[in-house]
Each structure stands twice: as C-alpha cells, then as structure tokens.
Ligand binder design. Structure first.
Ligand code: GDD
Length: 406
C-alpha cells in the first residue's frame, strides 16, 4: 500500500502570498479553478494502491473541513488533516505523526510540498523507487544556473541516480539540478530521521536539548527540515536516489507565480482533461482564445472575449464587451461592460466599472509585475490600474500605476 502526505505549512509561512492569503489558506487558493492542493491530490489518486491521503499543517482545522469533506466523497480514499500545534519543520511534522502515517502498514509514503506546481509523475517515480531499493527518491529538475540557488541543489550519480551531495539554497554554486519538493520514502525514513537527530543531539552540549526517556520523540522532532537536516547527511550513503523530470515545474511562493501556475495547469487540462476547458462553441458562448476555465455558476456575456489563460471562479459576472487575458477572476466578482483585465488577479467580491482597465506587465517574478486586487475592491468607471497591489476593501476612483495601495 501507498499513503500520500501533503505538507501544507501554516499561516505564518504564507506571508509572501499576501494579500490573497488574508482570505483563504494559501493551499486553497484556486489555480485553474481548483484549490492549489487539489492538483497534487488528483495526482495521488492515480496511484493504484493508494490507501489514505494526509494533509499536515499548522493552519486551524476548520479552514479545511469543508474542502476535505467534499474531497473524501469524490476521491473514495480517506483524506485526513493532521494539525501540528506549531511549526515543526517539514521533517518534524512527518516524524511526529509517524504512528498515524504507518497505520495502514504502507510500503511507500509519497510526500509532496503543497506549493509546487508540476505534472507529479508519481507512478513512474514509484516504479523507479521500488527498483533501486533505497529508502527515498527525490524528484529533481535541471534549471538555469542563475535561479538554482533559490532551491536545494544536488549532485547525483549519472548512472545509478544515487544522491551524492545535497546543499539547501547554497551561497556558492553547487549544481543546476534542484530538489522539486516531491518525494517517495519507505517507512525506514523515520528511523533515519531519528538517527540523524540523535547524532546531532549527542554533539550538543546543551543539557536541555537532550531527550529524556519519557518525552524522547517529542524532544527530538521539535524542529527539523527534510532538506538540510535529513537529505544532506543521508546523501552519498546509497540510501537516496533521484528521478529527473523534464516536464513543467514551478514553486508557488508569490501571487505572481500563482498566475503563472494557473496557466500551466490550464495547459495540462488541455492534454489530460479537456472537458474542464471552455470550448467556445454554441451561440451563447463568449469568444474563447486558448485555455479558459469558467466555473459553471459564473455568468459571461456572449459578446465578451476571453483568453488565453483565463480562469473564472464561482458566481462571477462578466459583462458585454469585456476583454480578459491572463487572469484569475475570483468568486463573486462583477466586471461591467467594456472593462479590460490583463495579467491580473481580481479578488473575491471586487467590482470593475464600465471601461475600467486593470493590468500588469506580466513579469511574474517581480513584486509589481502583475496587478492584484484584494477582496472587495471597487474600481470605478474608466479608472486604469497598472502594476499595483491593492489591499482589501479599497475604492479606486482615480487611475494608479506601480503602487501598493494600503
Ligand atoms: N506541516 C508543515 N509544518 N509543513 C511545513 C512546515 C512545518 O513546520 N514547514 C514547511 N512546511 C511545508 C511548506 O508548506 C512547503 O510545502 C514545504 O513544507 C517546504 O517548505 P519550506 O521548508 O519552507 O522550504 P522551501 O519551500 O523554501 O524549499 C523546499 O522546497 C523546494 C521545492 O519547492 C526545499 O526542500 C527546497 O530544496 C526545494 O527546492
């Protein structure tokens, strides 16, 4: 059997995702019309012997309860949220919940970071993992030298794929192969985590840090990261192996990247679930260009022109002559006639007046490369907003550019 674990983090971790994380826990922010965490979960669903899916995080349980109950019905596999009392790090969280994770006696444990966007080639990874016989397999990707230091950099044996050396976000260049935050482990990983921790604890002189017989495990896993604390010491010991992907892969730390990742998932629908995209056929359909997702409860006027890379959430109303390109329109937004939205995210319940323009330059990586309207922002008729972040509940009655509006 296989169990899947998705590392969700918690509210303090999502600060770079503001102002969108004010409204919804980051893992639930919609990309291509589905919560961010839904994409890796659907990938797990393709694993034939999947027994359970666990979400581990330190968000409050109630933030996920609606989503999880809907999901458990759909998935036909139990989904459980395990809440940490505080951040224990990506390895600490796993380690502390090991009894629950091992309940079904799994042979393999798939561990995914919730903030990565990729094709999650889990079936092929599992096959490779079972063949090499190590305790862990990491998904890796070659990236350009310039960006490699933002991630874990690693060296693998080109013939066997064995992980030889691992350095988390190193200051000096190590390799252009990076850790994608997608792992498969055998249950022995818990022993390895325990061994690494007790070795490091035996080197410390601090009496308080030493585990006592009664609270042994809790003390050990107070804060431990999977990457630098576990992968680094286990590299070069014939325990960990790599699996390379050449498909798309991105990390979702900022709203700009959520826009980019939404497009990547729309493109993936085109290949795997084209029925989720709007076809643009039929008399009442708006004009559709490229990949567009429209929630079934949204109302779009037939004279609107949408795409490419547009995703429209529940109950949005898009008026006559509206033009939307490269954007995410969230629930209950109203866009009035002839308004234009390009390279932007329009927050829940916001409204755009007639002939308004909301746009970004399309540089996903720079802070003001796109425009983001927080919840309940009103852009009045004919107002132009370019490269701005607008915090919730603002009314804009004059045009603005390159500003954060607090
Ligand atoms: N439950 C829980 N508890 N989850 C956590 C915690 C924690 O205390 N800390 C982090 N996470 C989750 C995050 O939500 C994220 O999904 C994942 O664990 C990794 O987060 P970080 O530890 O903050 O690392 P990172 O995202 O900067 O970098 C990691 O991922 C990159 C790939 O996206 C590293 O492993 C890099 O090497 C890797 O390239």
């Amino acid at each position: 059997k296989t169990v899947a674990v998705i590392m969700m983090g918690g509210p303090t971790k999502g600060t770079r995702f503001r102002p969108l994380s004010f409204n919804v826990a980051k893992p639930l922010f919609p990309l291509a019309g589905q919560p961010m965490v839904h994409h890796p979960i659907l990938a797990c669903k393709k694993i034939l012997d999947l027994a359970q899916v666990f979400l581990i995080g330190f968000y409050e349980e109630k933030e996920f309860s609606l989503y999880i109950s809907a999901l458990s019905n759909d998935l036909k596999v139990p989904v459980r949220y395990l809440r940490e009392d505080k951040p224990h790090g990506s390895a600490g969280g796993l380690y502390n919940f090991q009894d629950l994770l091992l309940e079904d006696d799994p042979t393999d444990i798939v561990v995914l970071n919730c903030d990565v966007c990729c094709s999650f080639p889990l079936t092929k990874m599992l096959e490779a993992h079972r063949n090499h016989g190590g305790i862990g397999t990491l998904l890796v990707k070659k990236v350009s030298k310039e960006v490699a230091s933002e991630y874990g950099e690693l060296v693998a044996d080109p013939k066997t794929g064995e992980l030889l050396h691992y350095a988390e976000k190193p200051e000096t260049f190590v390799s252009d192969f990076i850790n994608c935050g997608v792992y498969i482990f055998t249950p022995e990983i818990f022993k390895a985590i325990g061994d690494v921790t007790s070795t490091s604890l035996s080197h410390t002189t601090s009496f308080e840090l030493r585990p006592t017989p009664t609270n042994n495990r809790l003390m050990q896993a107070d804060f431990m990261r999977l990457d630098q604390d576990i992968l680094t010491p286990l590299a070069g010991k014939k325990k960990l192996y790599t699996f390379e992907t050449n498909d798309f892969w991105e990390q979702i730390k900022t709203p700009g990247m959520s826009l980019r990742c939404s497009s990547l998932y729309l493109a993936q629908y085109r290949a795997t679930q084209p029925e989720l995209l709007t076809s643009g056929e039929g008399q009442k359909s708006p004009t559709i260009i490229g990949d567009v997702f429209i929630h079934r409860s949204a109302k779009v006027h037939p004279t609107a022109k949408l795409g490419p890379n547009v995703s429209i959430s529940a109950n949005a109303r898009i008026g006559p002559g509206v033009r939307l390109v490269g954007c995410i329109i969230l629930d209950d937004v109203e866009i009035k006639e002839n308004a234009v939205v390009m390279n932007s995210i329009v927050g829940w319940k916001s409204s755009l007046g007639k002939w308004a323009r909301v746009q970004g330059g399309g540089d996903y990586n720079s802070k003001l490369g796109i425009t983001i309207l927080g919840e309940d922002v009103a852009v009045e008729d004919e107002v132009v907003v370019v490269n701005c972040i607008v915090l919730p509940h603002k009314t804009l009655n004059i045009s603005v550019h390159d500003e954060i509006i607090l």
